[in-house]
Structure formats: structure tokens, C-alpha cells
Write a protein that binds this ligand. Sequence first.
Ligand code: IMP
Ligand code: MG
Length: 177
Amino acid sequence: MKKNTEKKSEILLTEEDIQKRVAELGQTISKDYEGKNLLVISLLKGSFIFTADLVRNISMPVRIEFITTSTYGANEESAGELKITDLLDLPFSEYDILVVDDITDTAITMTGVLKHFASKNPKSLKACVLLDKPSRRKTEYTADYIGFEVPNVFIVGYGLNYGHHYRNEKNIIHFLD
Ligand code: IMP
Ligand code: MG
């Protein structure tokens, strides 16, 4: 992809690496949720591409809803405070909820979102993230399903943004300083 920055970039995970792992995650989730009433709640904007690929690798009908969360502004620094918008009004107690996000970094987002949905008494509540950056945790947390562990570098592509761009980059890359 053409870049609007002078920075050099390096591919961390290729399109093929990602697709292979997403297919595996889909198979595992399909097995684990057999006979259950699966509701996927995808966290916009970062997880829209991952969610689209993941749910197409799940072999049962899935309800899919979206909420928007933010802790990051347009820069690389976490604001440290979680905002949830588009709060859903659904009969959550009928569903097995799987929250899907692109990356867990400090875990402020995922722990906050899980706390929010736990209060709705769903049948079960788990989380799936494509990427895990365990080195930056502010609160102890490990997702139930993890695609890849990644180093402490700022990651871009496959839904993840740099500034307001690059979500459409097919590989997962990072810009070198
Ligand atoms: P956390 O709350 O610090 O775990 O951060 C979670 C959110 O921050 C993710 O849903 C991403 O949208 C964003 N984020 C964290 N790390 C990165 C990164 O390396 N690149 C792009 N976005 C990131
Ligand atoms: Mg996000």
C-alpha cells in the first residue's frame, strides 16, 4: 500500500498468517459454542475487519452487534479512560456473549467492556482478541481466545489505525522510527 508517511514499515504478520489463524479461532469457537445462543459484540472501529473474517469462520448462525469504545485519540498514547457509546438494549440473559476486539494492550478497554456486560447477566461471557500485547498491561487480564501475541510496538493494519488511516492495509505492520 502507498504510505502518507516517510516512516519505513515492517510486516509483522502477513495476510496469509492472519487468515490461517482466524480460521483456527473460528473452528475452536464453533466447537465451544455448539448448541449455544452466540452473540458476538464487536468493538468498533478497530475490530471490524477481524470480526467480519472471524464470524465467517464460525459454522453456526451468530447474532452480531457493534459498540464503539475508545481509549486512544488520533495519536499513539492511551487516554487511559474508557468511553463506551452505542450501548445496546437487548435481552442479554438469553445470550452467550463473545466480545471481539482487535488488540488488548493496557486491557482497560476489555476489562471495562466485560464489566459492563457482566452486569447484564448473560448466559456466559468471554472475549476474543486477534492480538495481545501483554507487556503493557495496566490491569491483569488474559482473553479467552487470542490470535497472536505481539511485541510492544505500535501495530497498524487489518483494522488497526495509524492517525485516521491504514485500517485497510491487509497485512499487520509496524512503522519503524
Ligand atoms: P487497551 O484498552 O489499552 O487494551 O487498548 C485497546 C484499544 O486500543 C484497542 O481496541 C485498539 O483500538 C487500541 N490500540 C492498542 N494498541 C494499539 C496498537 O498497537 N495499534 C493500534 N491500536 C491500538
Ligand atoms: Mg479498539
